[in-house]
Design a protein around this ligand. Sequence first.
Ligand SMILES: [Zn+2]
Length: 169
Amino acid sequence: MIYPIVKFGNPVLEKPAEAVTVFDGDLKKLVEDMFESMYEAHGIGLAAPQIGFSKRVAVVDITFKEDENAKLVLVNPEIIHSEGKHTQAEGCLSIPEFREPVSRARKVTVRAQDINGKWFERSGEDLLARALLHETDHLNGKLYISHLSALKRDLMKRKIRKLVKAGEW
Ligand SMILES: [Zn+2]
């Protein structure tokens, strides 16, 4: 099932998501729906709160369907190592039409559970590192705009408020 993407302004995006403790068919369905919703929205990463579920689940596919093996399911993920620094324009499906340069670690390792509850570690560089950080942030109720200067963030929020008022958000 394809869900609409929750947009900035909805409180579900700014509260820490709940840990997953049950690895059942419902979780598998949620992950399936998340991939479908992410692809439909042309994204390379999606966190469960972005479709309205406050659960610590994220999906990533930086190849956007090119490589089946690149599909990554992260349940209860935690960044356990990060190094280097890299600045690149970043966007978010929940904040459409905006992109801003964000500085993040260039290389990270995430520890997470898979769909069956098995723990694993995965390292990534550049775009994958950025996606892992961005999605893990989501599960902590944190959006990429929190990494911007207060000035830039306020400017974006003002633009968004205008869009909301105009019924275009
Ligand atoms: Zn996002």
